[in-house]
Design a protein. Sequence first.
Length: 374
Amino acid sequence: MSVPFRSLLVSSGAYYQYLRRFTSRMSTAARSQLPPSSIPIYTTIAAYREWRRKAFEEHKSVGFVATMGALHEGHLSLVKRSLAENDLTVVSIFVNPAQFAPHEDLATYPRTLPQDLDLLSAQSSVVSNPESTEHTVTRKASAVFLPTVSEMYPSGISQDTVAQKGTFVEVKGYGHQMEGKSRPTFFRGVATVVTKLFNAIEPTNAYFGQKDIQQALLLKRLSRDLLLSHPDQNHIHIVPTARDPSSDLALSSRNAYLTQDGQKVASTLREALKAAETAWDQGATKAECVQKAIKVIDAKRASALSEGLDVDMRLDYVELNNSEDFEVVDAHARRSETGSHPVILSGALWVDKTRLIDNIILGDANRIIGRPSL
């Protein structure tokens, strides 16, 4: 379906009905045509909770990794961390309509379930046997939670927030900066679906990637404010960003959209942020750091043009924000004036139709990322 037609459906109010019919068909297909898997798959909350009840009775810790599928090494690094730190590990695969604006890529977001299940089945972690220090045990993913849209949104769901009905979660004051400035409904959708997933999964620990640093910190705030116990804010762990070893590009499911020429310039955002980081460490002001980053992007754009690359680069933003409340760092502030709290240097860059995001934690990253408990 083309974007103009989708926009027409949204504006006419018909898109909501279309999405309900579409997800109803997907619900039936999801339950009847699941690919083979060595890992138990639960498509309903009731079935999963029966499994979870047994884990409670056996006093097993449960780690949780929430994904939208199209798994890559970034997701797998979260799974490996969970395997190392928990008796059981649950991975959810759910493309959440509520975090996509009507003009965004819900319809085309990569869906690779058979490959995802194969990747998860291949992951393992060898740890000391809690029953004996002389032996080890190999842990593998214990369950995949694969709900349908109707299971997660029993009142239905529209990408048009005006048409939405039911209960939604917002973390006021923490979702309008950084990514939220460019995607104003994104964190409302994320907070809602993750609250639902936490309620369904009841994890001991949950793992999120640094690439989506604002999301991870916002979810810690959500857990604290809603008095959640599974997990509480101290059991939401942020894992360092997984990167392409050849280009240092942050791994993302949307990288699959990149053209061959786009791949050649995809590391530009990372290079721009590194230049800003160097300037910050050398005592430059926030404004000067941002300009350093912009110059790197401008130079790369000019270089791509001179090389004849068929690629369009458009900067969305480069910004420095306080890690406590995401408020923008003053333009004249320097590293020596920001106190002991880390600062988040982040950016977003469009490479053709692919939106790339990345960030660097300036200061003591361990205050945010922490260390593995094992």
